[in-house]
Design a protein around this ligand. Structure first.
Ligand code: SF4
Length: 200
């Protein structure tokens, strides 16, 4: 398949994804898939699901968590939002609503419906960031551990093509402070990999 044809195919798929209403009945603010993808992307970020702020903006990671994730990756917003280089496909593409203790989990039907089809159209991905427990459980399955903390600590098992990360939410600041190895050991590797793959 030519690169142009691959782009057309992904473009057509993205139109279908963005028109998805599969679990509309469960989405309090209605469907609004938030993702970015291109056939040339070399880094894939798999997060959880958009929060209310990202749902409103339609821009992935346009919140405090996104600021921290960009800092971890060592890139600015311009690079982060360059779909030609970085793909962003959360486990649930639409905002799932709020539960009693924060946002609800990503809709379970979403990733099985779309992820494999999207990944087939992104053959150049060399680094996948699994951000948080839902992404890690889906992609690592039995190779992961019972907790995000344990799976992330075991990051060398999955490197260099996959790096598990905790969620960069401000709610996890205590964890970042208590796990100095994360900043001292994992983040330098992440930044080196990202720098090489985005070409900065
Ligand atoms: S969460 Fe996923 S499956 Fe549900 S409507 Fe949005 S894109 Fe479709």
């Amino acid at each position: 398949m030519t690169t142009a044809a691959a782009h057309e195919t992904l473009d057509a798929l993205l139109l279908r994804v963005r028109a998805c209403r599969n679990c509309e009945a469960y989405l309090p603010l209605g469907p609004r898939p938030v993702l970015q993808a291109s056939a040339s992307a070399r880094i894939l970020i798999v997060g959880q699901a958009p929060g209310a702020k990202v749902h409103a903006s339609g821009v992935p990671w346009s919140d405090k968590s996104g600021e921290r994730l960009r800092d971890w990756m060592g890139i600015d917003a311009l690079t982060f939002y360059d779909a030609a280089r970085i793909a962003i496909v959360p486990m649930g593409l639409c905002y799932p609503g709020r539960g009693t203790s924060g946002d609800l989990p990503p809709r379970r039907e979403c990733a099985p419906l779309w992820h494999d089809r999207l990944l087939e159209q992104m053959p150049r991905i060399e680094l996948t960031l699994l951000v948080g427990g839902y992404a890690q459980a889906h992609y690592l399955r039995d190779a992961g551990h019972a907790s995000v903390s344990m799976t992330t600590r075991d990051w060398r098992t999955h490197a260099p093509r996959i790096l598990p990360l905790p969620h960069p939410s401000p709610r996890n600041v205590a964890w970042f402070k208590a796990n100095a190895w994360f900043e001292g050991e994992l983040l330098p590797v992440l930044r080196r990999r990202v720098r090489r793959l985005v070409g900065d």
